[in-house]
Design a protein around this ligand. Structure first.
Ligand SMILES: [Zn+2]
Length: 218
């Protein structure tokens, strides 16, 4: 079987979305890119999370044809393909309808850069894209328009959250933290006005986090 390691990671990260409560039933998906061959490992369509396994992840090429697997890939595959084709830095993508972040998407609002932890991680607000046709390349286009060359997360208007990372793991980490920030900001908005942090402090937080956080030597 191809891509044993990537299959395991994509499977585990799909389960992480489920275990963190970011998706329900068969919703949401994670994929990973095997960049050397231009292959994508993605969750199959319409299979309950409890029935997923590393073996039933689907391998496709960047034209959407199945390379290995008996099941049909996630219907969001065209969106993942568009992002991988237009963002060479991205090797993992997650998609959820996690409710607090998606409530901002429903209103067409960004999640403001107001809360220190998420500002450290992203260094910006979470932008909201235009409305786009779900499961079509159009959604990928809307995401790239909103994310530009560096953005790692976009709310798609009236739909949900797409996150991008250097690995599937990183994309799920961002999805989890964006939902937590959206929930906290939502609560704060019930009791007062939420103001974004000043631009220079946003930059300082981002630079500090990316120079110092974790166990790696930078
Ligand atoms: Zn969706």
């Amino acid at each position: 079987m191809m891509y044993e390691e990537l299959r395991n990671e994509v499977y585990e990260m799909n389960m992480e979305l489920f275990n963190e409560g970011l998706v329900v039933w068969t919703g949401g998906n994670v994929s990973g890119l095997a960049a050397e061959k231009g292959h994508i490992v993605i969750k199959p369509s319409g299979v309950p999370f409890k029935k997923l396994s590393p073996q039933n992840m689907v391998v496709t090429d960047l034209n959407g044809s199945v390379v290995e697997g008996d099941l049909a890939p996630s219907v969001d595959l065209p969106v993942h393909i568009y992002i991988y084709k237009h963002r060479p830095d991205v090797r993992g993508i997650s998609h959820t309808h996690s409710p607090y972040a998606t409530s901002f998407a429903l209103l067409g609002q960004p999640i403001p850069a107001a809360l220190s932890p998420i500002v450290h991680l992203l260094g910006s607000e979470v932008p909201c894209s235009r409305y786009a046709q779900a499961a079509y390349e159009d959604t990928g286009k809307a995401i790239i328009e909103a994310a530009g060359e560096k953005g790692l997360v976009v709310l798609v208007q009236r739909h949900g959250v797409f996150t991008m990372g250097k690995t599937p793991n990183e994309s799920v980490k961002i999805a989890t933290q964006v939902e937590e920030a959206a929930r906290t900001i939502h609560y704060a908005m019930q009791r007062g006005k939420v103001e974004p942090m000043p631009d220079d402090e946003i930059k300082r937080c981002y630079d500090f986090y990316h120079a110092n956080y974790g166990q790696e030597k930078h």
